[in-house]
Ligand binder design. Structure first.
Ligand code: FAD
Ligand code: DLZ
Ligand code: SF4
Length: 509
């Protein structure tokens, strides 16, 4: 009788792990690999690769200490074992394998690969559900059913009732499901901003950093790598967030500032997405902080909504809509992503600051992603696939199931509005209100036309005019079209002219 082989992918590093629970350490083996194809199917950030490799090596070490036989392939640029299929094929040649056991992956592309292994390698393939999520995919399907419109807010209420987070009996704590209205404060230097807990690389991480540095052509800065790479470190990072930032998370959730890359955000997304933390333990910690009086309700509710609401909702949308979803381009965009998204070399201060933080940290917070880089790509009309590839590459927390709906749906409105009833399009005025970027910019945020005018402004009105037929019937956009109608013909011509000049000169702005 042959053995069973448990494949653990780089974003499935939770412990206890369903693959281990399904196998027997006495007779079965675990398989893990640092794979060159996975590092280059998009041009990943160096810190993202270092995070995944280091966390994988720590997981393997921990599994061995718990008595498992782990076949672990370290990164080797010359290796012929470049893909998951290569890795599994090699293991099937080395051992007498009857069955491959793997958890449902985080990307459609990997699922397709796995589904081919039965016939390719003559083995049974068992796909286990990913137990890390609050809402199983079947439950999402059942909820989505024949609903005409899927709205996050209703899904979120169901998750609140299911989990009991922030519930007083059957009613939402504080009498309301959503306190977003309280979460739009501008940050002006006070209270002092927080930073995520920083972890000094140990010998395993040092060795990974050297590998990435020497052998992998990656985006961004590797220097200063300080991400949590073990479950124990991720739990300390969570406790640090609760202690030092959580109280102000809600108030300044939408704020942006040149003085802080983080303000009061948690930087827990990468830990959650690779399995070092579970959404339940994170929400339990937040609920506890609120009940202990260490976190106001608007902060606790805002945080829990992101985790059991948005995060679970986008996952449900991804698996429901794939594979066609990735190709959707509802606004018919065709422009290329500007080169400065990679270099940060632009005079537009908001974009320069956001891309610079991205290059340094493999991180930007939600409003930078949504209202700066995302908003600009939307207004410019960049092809969604190029925008999605960029987001998948540059952020340490980016995996297809979460990145794609956020980018293609929420930012690019390319799915016809599943992630928001109206596009998150905004002029420079929004960025000026929520940040201090405009004060240090060579462009004038109050101007729409002319050489020095903020490029967001003309692009914004041009976007509304270009998509008038689609968006005018939307009651939430009526007011914006009234503004357009109040413009003289001459003004509209000037705005369109400035917009086309911005597009023509995009790389030199
Ligand atoms: P916090 O602000 O501290 O929020 C707490 C947690 O809530 C996060 O850790 C995250 O797990 C969850 N969360 C918040 N918003 C979302 C959301 N919209 N979708 C899913 N989870 C959310 N998040 C990813 O985890 N991976 C991605 O690849 C990703 N790509 C994005 C692309 C775009 C264009 C946009 C607009 C957002 C994207 N997000 C993504 C969502 C969000 O920006 C990040 O989760 C957040 O910035 C991570 O930082 P944090 O941990 O400090 O979050
Ligand atoms: C993103 C990534 C990278 C850069 N490298 C690896 C790797 O070497 N080995 C691995 O198992 N996973 C890696 N990943 C994550 C995968 O690309 C993919 O997102 C998940 O495995 C899907 O569950
Ligand atoms: Fe960005 Fe315009 Fe403000 Fe400059 S003026 S920082 S381009 S919004």
């Amino acid at each position: 009788m042959g053995i069973r082989l448990g494949l653990i992918c780089g974003d499935q590093l939770h412990w206890p792990n369903p693959v281990c629970d399904a196998l027997d350490p006495e007779s079965d083996r675990l398989l893990m690999g640092e794979l060159s194809h996975e590092t280059r199917y998009v041009w990943h950030h160096a810190k993202k690769i270092a995070l995944i490799f280091s966390a994988m090596r720590h997981f393997a070490e921990n599994a061995r200490e718990s008595g498992w036989n782990v076949d672990y392939q370290r990164f080797d640029p010359a290796s012929e074992i470049a893909t998951f299929s290569d890795l599994v094929g090699q293991a099937c040649r080395q051992h007498d394998v009857d069955e491959i056991v793997v958890t449902w992956p985080g990307e459609w592309r990997v699922l397709e690969e796995i589904q081919g292994w039965g016939s390719r390698f003559g083995v049974d393939v068992t796909l286990l559900p990913d137990s890390r999520f609050v809402c199983a995919l079947e439950e999402f399907e059942e909820w989505a059913g024949e609903r005409r419109q899927l709205r996050m807010e209703f899904f979120y209420r169901r998750m609140r009732k299911k989990t009991g987070f922030l519930m007083d009996g059957d009613a939402p704590a504080g009498g309301d499901w959503n306190f977003d209205r309280d979460n739009r404060k501008v940050w002006k230097g006070e209270p002092p901003p927080s930073s995520p807990m920083s972890f000094t690389p140990d010998a395993i991480t040092e060795s990974v950093i050297e590998t990435v540095d020497r052998h992998i052509d990656a985006f961004g800065e590797l220097e200063g790598f300080d991400y949590p790479v073990t479950i124990e470190q991720a739990r300390r990072a969570l406790a640090h967030f609760i202690r030092s930032a959580a109280a102000h998370f809600g108030d300044y959730q939408d704020a942006m500032h040149t003085e802080s890359d983080w303000l009061f955000h948690s930087r827990l997304s990468s830990s959650l997405n690779i399995g070092l933390l579970t959404p339940t333990e994170v929400c339990e910690a937040v609920e506890r902080a609120w009940r202990d009086g260490d976190m106001p309700l608007n902060a606790a509710e805002g945080f829990i909504r992101q985790v059991i609401g948005w995060r679970e909702f986008v996952r449900g949308i991804y698996w429901r809509e794939m594979p066609g979803y990735a190709k959707r381009n509802g606004l018919g965009n065709e422009r290329d992503l500007p080169a400065f998204y990679w270099s940060g070399d632009t005079g537009m201060n908001c974009l320069r600051e956001t891309i610079d933080a991205t290059r340094r940290n493999a991180y930007a917070h939600h409003i930078q992603r949504l209202m700066v880089t995302g908003n600009f790509a939307l207004l410019l009309g960049v092809e969604p696939e190029q925008v999605c590839d960029w987001y998948l590459a540059v952020y340490a927390d980016a995996f297809d199931w979460v990145e794609l709906p956020n980018t293609l749906g929420m930012v690019m409105h390319a799915d016809g509005g599943m992630l928001g009833s109206k596009p998150y399009a905004a002029s420079g005025k929004y960025i000026d209100r929520m940040s201090n970027y405009c004060a240090g910019c060579r462009y004038e945020v109050k101007e729409t036309t002319g050489e020095d005018a903020c490029p967001f402004n003309a692009l914004y009105w041009d976007f509304l005019m270009r998509h008038r037929e689609r968006f005018e019937p939307n009651p939430r956009m009526k007011m914006m079209y009234r503004h357009v109608d109040r413009m003289s013909d001459e003004r509209r011509r000037d705005v369109a002219q400035r917009a086309s000049e911005v597009k023509r000169r995009i790389e030199s702005l």
